[in-house]
Design a protein around this ligand. Structure first.
Ligand code: GRF
Length: 220
């Protein structure tokens, strides 16, 4: 058996996606292990989840660093110390520099609570996303897992899941429906990564079947 993929999760908040990743790894659903959780917010509940799971939980507070370069150097030091192979952003509310992203090129994923490329970019996070979706009159929303580049929410899309927008939805009810899909989709994307089933073709991601054939649509 190969060693499980070593995953580091970067968080700023509640950590329900972190929990989904921890649970999927522990259940043996993906050949991966969450070996480190880093929060830039000292009080983030996600840190409690990590500790409850016996996973090293580190605070790297951006406010304690005078420059973004110093903050990112501290992130890198922790990630390297735990030999992290894949970084999963899960509600991490800092934008990473082009330099940091280049250091981990093709090894940083993010999950976004809408169907990118719509409703993404700087300032589009949390409830703001669901408010914008509702204001637009869209009939569908969902979530997107993508590789991280220097452009916020702009990297190659790995996979998306769709949910209906109901007439009586509030940002909270829509967020809850999207979150259920997030918790299914993020572990699936990490599984594909751990199984080496991605091929980056320019800014497109092809997902390979277990036999190595590229899928036009999503395999399960
Ligand atoms: C999720 O909606 C995720 O898509 C976005 O931030 C939220 C994090 O929620 N990037 P949680 O902390 O995982 O519960």
């Amino acid at each position: 058996m190969p060693e499980p993929l070593r995953v580091g999760v970067l968080v700023s908040g509640t950590g329900s996606n972190l929990q989904a990743l921890i649970d999927a790894c522990r259940a043996g659903a993906i050949p991966a292990e969450v070996v480190l959780v880093i929060s830039n917010v000292p009080k983030a509940f996600a840190l409690e989840r990590a500790r409850a799971g016996g996973i090293p939980a580190v605070v790297v507070d951006h406010r304690a660093h005078s420059t973004r370069a110093a903050f990112e150097a501290a992130l890198k030091e922790a990630l390297d110390a735990h030999r992290v192979q894949l970084i999963c952003l899960a509600g991490f509310l800092r934008i990473l520099s082009a330099e940091f992203v280049a250091t981990f090129a093709g090894r940083i994923m993010n999950i976004h609570p809408a169907l990118l490329p719509a409703f993404g970019g700087k300032g589009m996070y949390g409830e703001r996303v669901h408010r914008a979706v509702l204001a637009s009159g869209a009939r569908e929303s969902g979530c997107t897992v993508h590789f991280v580049t220097a452009e916020p929410d702009g990297g190659p899309i790995i996979t998306r899941a769709t949910v209906p927008v109901e007439a009586q939805d509030t940002p909270a009810t829509l967020a809850a429906r999207v979150a259920r899909e997030e918790h299914r989709l993020y572990p699936l994307a990490v599984r594909w990564f751990a199984e080496g089933r991605f091929r980056l073709e320019g800014d497109r991601v092809a997902i390979l079947s277990p036999e190595g054939a590229a899928f036009a649509s999503e395999p399960r």
